[in-house]
Write a protein that binds this ligand. Sequence first.
Ligand code: ADP
Ligand code: MG
Length: 202
Amino acid sequence: TRTFSIIKPDATRRNLTGAVTKMLEEAGLRVVASKRIQMTREQAEGFYAVHKERPFFGELVDFMISGPVVVQVLEGEDAVKRNRDVMGATNPADADEGTIRKTYAESIEANSVHGSDSDENAKIEIEFFFNEDEIVGCSSRRTMTGLVAAMRRGLVVSRLRRSGRSAIDARDAPRCSIVRIRARSRPVRRGAVRSPARHRCG
Ligand code: ADP
Ligand code: MG
């Protein structure tokens, strides 16, 4: 399953993006999307809308826009719980040893990481920051499709060159199959086609 994570401004300020990410990875999570952004006030208010009645809402928004954050999509077995476990309690004073917040958080507010609290919210939060094509999980068909498409284009272009035509037409399409590429290619190319399809995570 997937969850959504933010490395908060207190952590990016102290150059802890890698250190925090390492703890996430060691907890069995995989970063399948990641980008460093400066949140706008509107984004932060929208993201934390569920907390708008809480007394710390204004300060929380100010803090979240006080510097860059790294938003991430994490994948793993039981990702929401796994992430919450490695994050530790909201208040670092209450967090268990070995958790991210115990190790790095500065205060209950500047607590280094955000993590979704349910599958339902994970989906909402992921969609708040990412398009589906920015998330590349383990057995992404897109990788395969993109690579094959690129190779097909290459084949079509070379066929055009040989035949002296200048435009691709329907005659080209059925002949540019993956089977044909594999049959015609040198081993190194064959490997390049096959490996994404066989790619396994872990
Ligand atoms: P969590 O991030 O552990 O899910 P909450 O959803 O309750 O915690 O709160 C969201 C964020 O608001 C916290 O991560 C923290 O940055 C901030 N926050 C929570 N409680 C307080 C508080 N009492 N004072 C200041 N900031 C707080
Ligand atoms: Mg929360």
